[in-house]
Design a protein around this ligand. Structure first.
Ligand SMILES: [Zn+2]
Length: 339
């Protein structure tokens, strides 16, 4: 069944669990018709049980004579203004979970909650007063599949529905796409300062990651050098000529040591990456990959050649852990979804 590019002119029956024969033991007794002419075969008792809206509507005696509802297969048809992609999932929330298909093979489920219709489903559930809809839909929106699908859209929806924790998670997930990408069309249509807040967050993350990287290559007084300086680029002895850390003035107790030049160059190059793509996972990968000039530099030094890869891998692990923690804290300091 497809309606792509064509408007339906004849009503069609919905598939499971809202087809005319979906529940042989419990035949339907009413048809709910969507504005795009999909007929959902439903049960008055279930609709009434889960929704005060339907309870009131169905409590009225059915109009007769000229005003009588149209019927099909002997069942009254109630036409509602929502489209099938909105109505199906909203109705399905009224039904027990076990009558909903876990997975429809070879076709679109009429009850599948999709990201691009999420807000209209939420609105319909609010309008029809579907019991427990808020919690069910919030849990659904937080599913990883939606973040993987389109984190920007999840962000916009979460902001619109005032869901701060989900908006924070989605904002973090958007860091995976380059900062210079054209904003998603959803973001451009989002209200108020949603877009600018997200851009501001991305640049704040970029600055935070750059600062963190800087600390790895910053000079340090010998007296302050704890176990975190136990990397080959800080090792005082054993390097080839022109390699290794700077030699501090022995007469100055506070003199700073700088790490090997190749390491400083390596970190400097990655600092620039933060403003293109402030994604900790991506930057952690960059940390372990040495590029042309730095590779040429360390190839002159046997000790750096032997230890750099392992030491950089360790540093990259530290970086990713610290970065993720700081980004989480940063995201929750924003008022995403609170305005
Ligand atoms: Zn070296």
């Amino acid at each position: 069944m497809t309606t792509t590019g064509r408007r339906r002119t004849e009503p069609l029956d919905a598939g499971f669990p809202f087809g005319p024969n979906s529940h042989e033991q419990n035949p339907p007794d009413i048809i709910i018709r969507s504005s795009d002419l999909l007929d959902f075969y439903a049960h008055k008792q279930i609709l009434s049980f889960g929704s005060p809206f339907f309870r009131h509507m169905l409590a009225f005696p059915e109009p007769t004579g000229q005003n009588a509802n149209p019927t099909k297969n002997g069942l009254s048809i109630v036409a509602l203004p929502e489209k099938s992609g909105t109505l199906g999932p909203a109705l399905s929330l009224l039904y027990p979970r076990q009558v909903q298909p876990a997975e429809i093979v070879g076709g679109m489920s009429p009850v599948e909650i999709k990201l691009d219709t999420f807000e209209s489903i939420y609105e319909a559930c609010r309008k029809y007063d579907v019991a427990g809809y808020h919690d069910i839909l919030v849990t659904t929106l937080a599913e990883p599949r939606f973040l993987e699908d389109d984190a920007h859209l999840v962000f916009v929806i979460a902001c619109n529905l005032r869901l701060h924790p989900i908006a924070c998670n989605a904002a973090i997930r958007t860091l995976k796409s380059p900062i210079t990408d054209r904003p998603s069309p959803y973001l451009r249509s989002a209200p108020g300062n949603t877009f600018w807040q997200l851009q501001d967050f991305k640049y704040a993350v970029a600055r935070e990651l750059k600062m963190l990287l800087k600390t790895y290559a910053a000079g340090a007084p010998v007296s302050d050098m704890g176990p975190e300086y136990d990397h080959v680029w800080w090792a005082p002895n054993g390097h080839a000529e022109f390699c290794g850390p700077s030699e501090p003035d022995r007469d100055d107790a506070y003199a700073e040591v700088e790490p090997a030049a190749w390491f400083q160059d390596h970190i400097g190059r990655i600092e620039d990456v933060c403003f293109l793509r402030p994604d900790p996972e991506h930057i952690a990968r960059c940390l372990v990959e040495l590029h042309g000039p730095q590779l040429a530099d360390i190839s002159e030094c046997r000790m750096c050649m032997d230890d750099a890869a392992e030491n950089l891998t360790q540093l990259s692990g530290w970086f990713e852990k610290t970065a993720n923690k700081r980004i989480k804290a940063l995201a929750s300091s924003y008022t995403f979804g609170c305005l």
